[in-house]
Design a binder for this molecule. Structure first.
Ligand SMILES: Cc1cc2nc3c(=O)[nH]c(=O)nc-3n(C[C@H](O)[C@H](O)[C@H](O)COP(=O)(O)O)c2cc1C
Length: 465
């Protein structure tokens, strides 16, 4: 089969690892992370679904490397928690068996430790450590890391990297962006040190390089190491793209893939996670500019979901790899649909932030357009019903269309009646608003899926008693 999106679908080799395509799944936290830091079966199933959907790599997030000085929304992989190591192995296996490369994100929150902690009781008792002494926006006192602590934390990245490799992960993503500890060192805004870790750009990059050298030492020369950075911090006083390019050049010799994101959680959440009010791929320019300054492959991310746009990004050399987070919640099978030229079946992310809001509110995951998200443990297969029935669905709004689609996949004979002359229900009202176009499009996608599954659709047909 000739592939429409041949660049996106082409393989890429990093270190000695070959990835089946250039569509990678970005880190997206966990849900059932226990207070002692273990990843649970729901999070494993969540990440496994991304692999089933065809992504080239699936990044599991966000493993804190130094529990003594950190604690966040994430889980801690540590040799004292052997249970966690076995859980991590199950997670890596679950990704690998579907042909995706399992990657693990290593991080330290630094001065923002505890912000999203699962264990709220610990949150109050912990200390916050950053490059420099300061008082956080929320009044929390931050203490400056000593040289000994810096050495210890850098060494812990290496220690955990070795454990992650032992657990079966085949790539590591070192989180150097979004305002967390490595970013705090890179940034003149957070880093006011006067020793060899502060001041000049070279000094501000020293901690990142120390970390990367410890990781390399632990995993060996051919194991792919990826570094996530914010191409620009995008806030007043933070580093800009020009400095981002210079940071990238410093980091380049130590890594195999440079992952260029944007902004910080704390000062520019909407830059890091572009909302529906921003253009798709609004951060691609950062990766494209940085790519001109380095020789290693570069990845881009941010509000991407359109195969035509993503293909162009790779074809024109703006980036070598496309990462997506939310788009793969809305449709985990997006990569497979691209590979199989079924892009018209992609259910697009609305960028509505239900995924993030639900995690904070109920410690689970939900997606407005994908009822499976947060229920991955129940399986994503739609099984044939034991008895074929005739099913009548009244109403061609999003709920009716999706119900009809599911019933048809179960093998039923489905008739959907819509009293109006057009499908879509409430979503039709979104047509006029450009930033809500994807909401409007959703009904068309569900209708196409329903029709292809065999649903008979009758318009201008009211269902009476
Ligand atoms: C629900 C959710 C959880 C996330 N958790 C993490 C995380 O643990 N670590 C991380 O580096 N980024 C995390 N991110 C950020 C994403 O990796 C990504 O950078 C961001 O969502 C922008 O990509 P997108 O527009 O494709 O969603 C998360 C994003 C979402 C939506």
């Amino acid at each position: 089969m000739e592939r429409k999106y041949s660049n996106l679908c082409s393989s890429i080799t990093l270190g000695r690892t070959t990835f089946r395509n250039r569509i990678f799944s970005a880190p997206m936290g966990g849900t059932d992370i226990t207070n002692d830091g273990c990843i649970g079966p729901k999070s494993t199933a969540f990440y496994e679904l991304r692999a089933k959907g065809g992504a080239g790599a699936v990044t599991v997030s966000e493993c804190m490397v130094h529990p003594k000085t950190d604690g966040s929304h994430a889980y801690h992989l540590d040799e004292s928690i052997l249970n966690s190591l076995s859980c991590a192995t199950y997670t890596a296996d679950a990704i690998r068996r579907h042909g995706a490369i399992p990657s693990l994100e290593l991080s330290h929150s630094g001065m923002y430790a505890g912000t999203y902690m699962t264990d709220k009781s610990r949150q109050k008792s912990m200390n916050q450590w950053g490059p420099s002494e300061t008082v956080r926006e929320d009044g929390v006192q931050v203490r400056a890391l000593s040289k000994e602590m810096i050495d210890e934390i850098a060494a812990s990245y290496g220690h955990v990297a070795a454990l992650a490799k032992r657990a079966g992960f085949e790539m590591l993503l070192i989180h150097g962006g979004h305002g967390w500890l490595i970013n705090q060192f890179l940034s003149g805004y957070f880093n006011k040190r006067t020793d060899e870790y502060g001041g000049s750009l070279e000094n501000r990059c020293r901690f990142a390089i120390q970390v990367l050298m410890a990781v390399r030492e632990a995993v060996g020369p051919f194991f792919p190491i990826e570094f996530r950075m914010s191409g620009s911090e995008l806030f007043e006083g933070g580093y800009d793209l020009d400095e981002g390019c210079r940071i990238a050049k410093q980091i380049e010799p130590y890594i195999d893939l440079l992952h260029v994101s944007a902004g910080t959680y704390q000062k520019g959440f909407g830059d890091t996670h572009p909302s529906m009010f921003k253009a798709h791929g609004c951060n691609v320019y950062l990766a494209a500019e940085i790519k001109k300054h380095v020789k290693i492959p570069v990845a881009t991310i941010g509000g991407l979901n359109d195969p035509v746009q993503m293909e162009e990004i790779i074809a024109s050399g703006k980036a070598d790899v496309i990462y997506m987070a939310r788009a793969l919640l809305a449709d985990p099978f997006l990569p497979r649909k691209i590979v199989e030229n079924r892009e018209d079946e992609i259910v697009k992310c609305l960028r509505c932030f239900t995924c993030m809001a639900e995690r904070a509110a109920t410690a689970t995951r939900r997606c407005t357009v994908n009822p499976l998200i947060g229920r991955e443990c129940e399986g994503n297969e739609v099984f044939q019903a034991s008895r074929r029935k005739k099913v009548l669905v009244a109403g061609g709004g999003p709920g009716g269309l999706y119900a009809a689609y599911t019933a048809a996949r179960r093998g039923h004979q489905v008739i959907l009646c819509e009293k109006e002359e057009e499908l879509g229900g409430i979503l039709k009202s979104e047509q006029a608003l450009p930033f809500k176009h994807e909401m409007y499009e959703l009904a068309g996608t569900y209708a196409l899926l329903a029709r292809r599954a065999g649903v008979e659709i009758r318009l201008n047909t009211e269902v009476t008693r």
